[in-house]
Design a protein around this ligand. Structure first.
Ligand code: NOJ
Length: 723
């Protein structure tokens, strides 16, 4: 349909039909009406309103979607199709590793491929829009939703955000019906709730917001993402859903976003408990004024906009522009011509959870699993006698909290993965305890008995999937005590222990890390459908681990938030003697994280040498070339993530101690070496100044290249930027 035809369509709509377009309801209102009859009356909904709501959340399956759309269109006076949206966060039925794990892969091509497959499975199952990517920058592992983010760094997050959008949307959403539209969320700064408590206040300066938190969203929008979702939190005291500065001035005017802005679930009505609206009518007015086009799952628009318009409390054109944006999205999705779009029962059967998709999920998990500690015990030899112990041993709860359509019974457990390598008589298995409850005396005795008989213990620990994700903040980020108790009993046996972890956040694993009995720690995150195969491939050495953390692991919760790029202080610890008192440090732990951003081991080793820069005086018209030689000094092939950081030594505003500006994931054969080249130009030196302008400072810059953000191991040089 052409733009002018959309205008004609808008002109034909009654006011009520327009307001109905702004409503999004969940699946139950369409496919299980009996179950929601009570709520329907309470919500002030009529059947007619349901029949005319513009979008729906959470219906999928080609047959259901086709039937729902058919029924809907039969009743819709102007034949305006419904959009089907859902949370496909890291896979539809083929579940990929959680986004925090994909972040650890530092592999944008892989991230794009996971999104492409997610889109394909979703689209043939009838979906049109996914509420992904979630690009909230995160620094506090107490917050359960860190699992949905790609981590603590603005640059890496932005690269991955773009990759996800490309994978979901492809290059032509109208023609390519096997892609879906991407919805970037949660705008803005949802990842920074005070004290890591879900839905809590966010407090930061506009400068900080622009420098660290906004680049991820902006990158996704520059890549063409069609929708944005509002965050639940406040931004400078005003809930995002009612924040005119954020949504009108910044998102629409400054960034020219003309796509659909959708509220998060219930966020319009929540303006009342937030205390910025006295009732639902005021909430509706505030949200519409802020530019929220779709109200998800509450009825403030539906029940109150008509009155507000009648009373002249809100301008009619605000409703019109919101409706037009929704019609535009329907048009971009090609729904007027083909309301069923990619929904195809046959394709769905062929493609969803196909072997090829499972293989991609396994590869993604293999690139996302981080080796945190290794005395040399890994990879394991297949003739060793292994005791596989712990709640994660045979667990299929490895998909993660955001795997709505994922079926955990279809997932491969660690035990199943290992059985492909280790003969039955050499692989003994005992749970020992549950994730949160202690094992019985017999269960513990069984675990100790098999441990006694083994050469090596694989201790599979972690969280349940519902211990991270939405509404899953934890104040204590240790492993549950029952698991630590089991560890303590096993450790007395003096056998080498390989700890594997299934979890959704950086945990406090200091005790395991410091224990000499723990010979290795492997962070597998929630690795998705093929998790057990991927983890076994790593443990047994078929795959050389190559992932590096995209979010730091703290020493303990008292150190949180700890991230690699804090601003420098006036009393830095670096360069002072250990006994100096009045410096910025802890008395009991180091300032740096236990396992910092960018850290991850391999079964081979890499050396870095010969850091060279093309000039020591850089001007605005030039590009600085940075060369470094990286060599695989071990005897097996391996992948390395080479990282480039800079530091602006003297800025107008205090600058972070380092900032990631580039990375390359390379593969080197044993003994192979390669010269890696990065480039930097003025743009990479720019940052948000006091007056909020994005510009550079002249003066000295440090250049650091190495295997992680930790100072040890980084090669350093410097140049001067002159104007
Ligand atoms: C609430 C979550 O915050 C959001 O991420 C999700 O997309 C919506 N619910 C819809 O399920």
């Amino acid at each position: 349909m052409r733009a002018v035809e959309l205008q004609d369509l808008l002109a034909k709509m009654t006011r009520q039909e327009k307001i109905n377009q702004l409503l999004q309801l969940a699946a139950g209102f369409y496919i299980d009406l009996d179950a929601v009859t009570g709520p329907i009356e309470e919500m002030g909904l009529t059947e007619e309103m349901i029949d005319n709501a513009g979008t729906v959340l959470g219906i999928s399956g080609a047959a259901d979607v086709i039937q729902t759309q058919k029924k809907y269109l039969a009743k819709n006076r102007l034949g305006i199709p419904l959009i089907f949206m859902a949370d496909v966060i890291h896979g539809y039925k083929t579940i990929f590793p959680i986004p925090l794990a994909l972040g650890s892969s530092w592999n944008t091509a892989l991230a794009e491929e996971t999104a492409r497959i997610s889109a394909l499975e979703s689209a043939v199952s009838g979906l049109h829009v996914t509420f992904s990517p979630m690009v909230d920058l995160v620094r506090d592992p107490r917050w359960g939703r860190v699992m949905e983010s790609t981590g603590e760094d603005a640059f890496l997050n932005a690269e991955l955000a773009k990759a996800f959008v490309r994978g979901y949307q492809g290059t032509d959403l109208t023609l390519d019906v096997e892609r879906v539209a991407a919805c970037v969320k949660h705008f803005a700064a949802y990842g920074a709730p005070v004290a890591g408590r879900e839905y809590n206040t966010v407090n930061m300066s506009e400068r900080q917001l622009r420098e660290a938190y906004l680049p991820g969203y902006q990158a996704a929008l520059n890549e063409g993402a069609k929708l944005v979702m509002t965050a639940f939190n406040t931004v400078d005291g005003v809930p995002a859903t009612a924040n005119q500065w954020l949504m009108r001035d910044l998102l629409r005017k400054e960034w020219n976003f003309d796509g659909v802005l959708i509220s998060d679930w219930g966020a319009v009505k929540e303006l009342v408990p937030h205390g910025v609206a006295s009732d639902e009518k005021e909430a509706a007015i505030l949200a519409l004024k802020a530019g929220v086009d779709i109200e998800m799952m509450t009825m403030c628009y539906l029940n109150h906009l008509e009155d507000a318009l009648e009373a002249g409390e809100i301008a009619e054109n605000l409703v019109d522009e919101a409706v037009l944006r929704i019609l535009n999205l329907k048009n971009d999705l090609g729904l007027f011509e083909n309301p069923y779009r990619g929904a195809d029962v046959q394709r769905e059967q062929e493609l969803v959870l196909s072997d090829a998709h499972r293989e991609s999920a396994r590869k993604a998990a293999e690139e996302s699993i981080v080796l945190l500690k290794n005395s040399g015990i890994l990879p394991l030899a297949s003739q060793q006698k292994i005791a596989l112990i712990g709640p994660g041993a045979e667990s299929k709860d490895i998909l993660g909290a955001w795997s709505w359509q994922g079926e955990s019974e279809k997932a491969i457990s660690l035990a199943e993965g290992l059985r492909k390598y280790v003969p039955v008589e050499q692989l003994m298995i005992a749970k020992g305890c549950e994730v949160l409850t202690a094992g019985s005396q017999t269960e513990v005795a069984e675990a100790l008995e098999i441990a006694e008989a083994a050469d090596v213990i694989i201790l599979a620990l972690g969280e349940n999937s519902d211990m991270s994700g939405e509404a899953a903040s934890r104040s204590d980020i240790h492993l549950p005590q029952v698991q630590l108790d089991l560890f303590k009993q096993l450790k007395k046996l003096g056998k080498p222990i390989v700890v594997t972890l299934f979890n959704g956040r950086p945990l406090d694993i200091s005790e395991l890390s410091q224990s000499t009995e723990v010979a290795a720690i492997v962070e597998a995150w929630f690795p998705g459908t093929e998790g057990g195969n991927a983890l076994a491939n790593i443990l047994m050495g078929a795959i050389n681990p190559s992932a590096k953390l995209s979010m730091s692991f703290p020493y303990n919760v008292g150190q949180v938030p700890v991230y690699y790029n804090p601003d420098n202080t006036g009393r830095p610890e670096v360069g002072r003697s250990a006994d100096e008192k009045y410096v910025s440090k802890y008395l009991d732990i180091p300032n740096e994280a236990l396992y910092p951003f960018g850290f991850g081991l391999s079964y081979t080793s890499f050396s870095y040498s010969d850091l060279q820069i093309s000039t020591t005086k850089l001007t605005p018209s030039e590009t600085l070339k940075i060369h470094v030689t990286v060599k695989n000094t071990g005897n097996i092939i391996g992948k390395e993530i080479v990282q480039l950081y800079i530091r602006d030594v003297v800025g107008e505003v205090v600058r972070p101690v380092k900032e990631l500006k580039g990375y390359q994931k390379i593969e080197l054969a044993a003994n192979e070496e390669q010269v890696i080249t990065f480039t930097l130009s003025e743009n990479e030196l720019c940052y948000v100044h006091q007056d909020l302008s994005f510009k550079s400072d002249t003066g000295e810059f440090h250049v650091m290249v190495g295997p992680s953000s930790h100072d040890d191991g980084l090669l350093k040089t410097s140049f001067t930027f002159i104007n």
